[in-house]
Design a protein around this ligand. Structure first.
Ligand code: CP
Ligand code: NVA
Length: 323
């Protein structure tokens, strides 16, 4: 079991390489303990609020199942369930929730909201996605990398697609902290902000990471151990779908792109949900929105459901380590 000397988990900027690695190792331990029937309930009698403005399958279910695994009581509060943001300020909601709950999981639009909850609730606050960052997802992603390659530092990780969304930002921060060879392959108009790139370059000088931004797919994916993508328009950006399709169509993950890595053992990863065929409402409306072809998504190289399961173990590790 590990304990961190801070209560909140808002962005990986706040954590050291060692802390990130310890959280991942602890997540692997929890996964093993559960399957051996040896999991101890370390959050018994704790009450956990899950305040979600945006929809979710994996993050919500990971918080709920992790809470039950550890003996805590989760309460889901959707955006229409409470006064939050309608009749009450975030600061007041934070102070009320902090009097009744022992921890708050938040998913929403503005990163400032999760910061306000952390500032005023007095209890641990865990970021389950904002428009800027999705840090618990990165722990699950790096755990999956470790399960596949036995290490995280030094792996060659190529993120292809919308290079300035919450996933690209958070992967870049995490990769720079732990020492990966990290590449963002995207049209230049979708590169991450220069401010964040400069910060990550500073982290990289400490960890030995390298950060590359390129529009060139062939150069960007060469030698990669991991090809990672996300949807082309994130939640809240639906109006941008037609524009993003035009920009990102050449960056769709295909078997040819996997072959360009020159690495037969390359793995495919995606935070999910994914538009990989025409079966969802959105992909029926926009038939070209597909960021990965079905043959890659369903291939042996695809680790997306291991990654999804690992959301549970990593969120459980974060809750225990910060409570
Ligand atoms: N990856 C992820 O955060 O999935 P959900 O949107 O289903 O929570
Ligand atoms: N970038 C995506 C991630 C979903 C898990 C979004 O914010 O919608």
């Amino acid at each position: 079991m590990i304990k961190l000397d801070r209560k909140d988990f808002l962005t990986l900027k706040d954590f050291t390489k060692q802390e990130i690695e310890d959280l991942i190792d602890y997540s692997i331990e929890l996964k093993e303990q559960k399957s051996a029937g040896e999991l101890k309930q370390k959050l018994k009698n704790k009450n956990i609020a899950l305040l979600f403005e945006k929809s979710s399958t994996r993050t919500r279910c990971a918080f709920v199942t992790a809470a039950f695994n550890e003996g805590a009581n989760p309460e889901f509060l959707g955006k229409n369930d409470i006064q939050f943001g309608k009749k009450e300020t975030t600061k007041d909601t934070a102070r009320v929730l902090g009097r009744m709950f022992d921890g708050i999981g938040f998913r929403g639009f503005k990163h400032e909201t999760v910061e306000t909850l952390a500032e005023y609730s007095g209890v641990p606050v865990w970021n389950g996605l904002t428009e800027k960052f999705h840090p618990t997802q990165i722990l699950a992603d790096f755990m999956t990398v470790k399960e596949n390659f036995g290490k995280i530092a030094g792996t060659k990780f190529a993120y292809v697609g919308d290079g300035r969304n919450n996933m690209a930002n958070s992967l870049m921060i995490g990769a720079a902290k732990v020492g990966m060879d990290f590449r963002i392959i995207a049209p230049e108009s979708l590169f991450p902000s220069q401010e964040l790139v400069s910060l990550c370059e500073q982290y990289a000088t400490q960890s030995g990471a390298s950060i590359t931004l390129t529009e060139n797919i062939e150069q960007g994916v060469k030698g990669a151990d991991v090809i990672y993508t996300d949807v082309w328009a994130s939640m809240g950006e639906e109006a941008k779908i037609p524009e993003r399709i035009k920009l990102l169509k050449p960056y769709k993950i295909t078997r040819e792109m996997l072959a360009l890595t020159g690495n037969p053992d390359v793995i495919f990863m995606h935070c999910l949900p994914s538009f990989h065929n025409l079966e969802t409402e959105v992909s029926k409306k926009y038939s070209e929105i597909c960021e990965v072809e079905e043959e890659v998504f369903e291939s042996e190289n695809s680790k997306v459901f291991d990654e999804a399961e690992n959301r549970l173990w990593t969120i459980e590790a974060v809750m225990v380590a910060t409570s």
